[in-house]
Write a new protein. Structure first.
Ligand SMILES: N[C@@H](CCC(=O)N[C@@H](CS)C(=O)NCC(=O)O)C(=O)O
Length: 217
């Protein structure tokens, strides 16, 4: 009997979407369980699966995995489907670099500061903080610059086969460009802007678009 595959996460989480994009690119069917980690009380049972109370967690039968990079690498090796990790060593190194840049330097300014304060909070009736937006934009510029350099070089993010670099970066850029300031900042990084203009039309990206809470009102 095939073991159930359940992605436990929050529909608006970029990390949850990274796992979803990866599952879609691999053509793996899965169920979802909605867990909002920003609630004051994360369900006790969920903390047993993720001791840090974040999302997502992927459950394959009784095997639980947390940390998105580990989840995506598991999806790559446990299931058939197109390869999303290159075998060539330089391309593989660039994939790891993009993932690490996004996690270490991109997520907070691009998502938690620019997108959250300019787009998400207003969509739930809250007022965004302009200082957070300005700081986030400033900190996003070197991140876009570094990613643009890697996209220009050609190993990743440049129109070749889809890799985990695309899956990891796409949800962050999808949110960032919903802020006018974010869209503007991307425009001046032409290799990265070209990458996004093409990738944003891919089925895996379109199918996993969570929209905004206000879309459901
Ligand atoms: N290192 C974690 C990061 C996951 C993460 O930060 N997820 C966010 C949602 S996008 C979260 O659960 N935040 C809850 C919180 O910060 O309390 C991973 O790679 O999975």
């Amino acid at each position: 009997m095939t073991k159930p595959i359940i992605l436990r996460g929050y529909q608006y989480s970029v990390y949850n979407r990274i796992a979803r994009v990866t599952l879609h690119e691999k053509g793996v069917a899965y169920e979802t369980e909605e867990i909002d980690p920003f609630q004051t009380e994360v369900p006790e049972g969920f903390l047993r699966r993720h001791p840090f109370g974040r999302v997502p967690v992927l459950s394959h039968g009784d095997f639980d995995i947390y940390e998105t990079t580990a989840i995506c690498r598991y999806i790559e090796s446990a299931f058939d489907g197109p390869r999303i990790l290159p075998t060539e060593e330089k391309a593989l190194a660039r994939v790891a670099q993009v993932v690490s840049i996004v996690d270490s330097y991109g997520y907070r300014p691009m998502v938690r500061q620019v997108f959250a304060h300019r787009v998400f909070r207003p969509s739930v009736g809250e007022v965004g903080n302009e200082v957070e937006i300005a700081e986030g934009l400033k900190a996003s510029v070197p991140v876009l610059g570094a990613l643009n350099t890697l996209a220009s070089e050609g190993y990743v993010l440049s129109g070749g086969a889809i890799t985990l670099a695309d899956c990891h970066l796409a949800p962050m850029v999808a949110y960032f460009v919903q802020a006018a300031e974010g869209a503007n900042a991307l425009k001046s990084h032409s290799a990265l802007a070209d990458w996004w203009s093409s990738l944003s039309q891919r089925q895996a990206i379109l199918e996993t678009d969570p929209g905004l809470p206000s879309d459901q009102a």
